[in-house]
Write a protein of this length. Structure first.
Length: 64
């Protein structure tokens, strides 16, 4: 909800992928990825002329 501002079922992440039940697989709201039915905050900011960046310290052993 922090990224898209909408309910998790509306944005396609209605359940953690590993917890998706067989009757949920392939159904709207359970895609397992951020779908195209929502607009994210970074998209809104970009459209308004802002530039967005990801910054921070990665945990040891991880790459961006």
């Amino acid at each position: 909800m922090l990224l898209s501002g909408v309910d998790t079922h509306r944005n396609g992440l209605g359940n953690m992928d590993e917890w998706t039940a067989p009757n949920q697989t392939g159904k709207p709201g359970y895609e397992g990825y951020l779908n195209h039915r929502v607009t994210t905050l970074p998209q809104l900011l970009r459209d308004a002329g802002y530039h967005t960046y990801m910054a921070g310290k990665m945990a040891h052993g991880q790459t961006a």
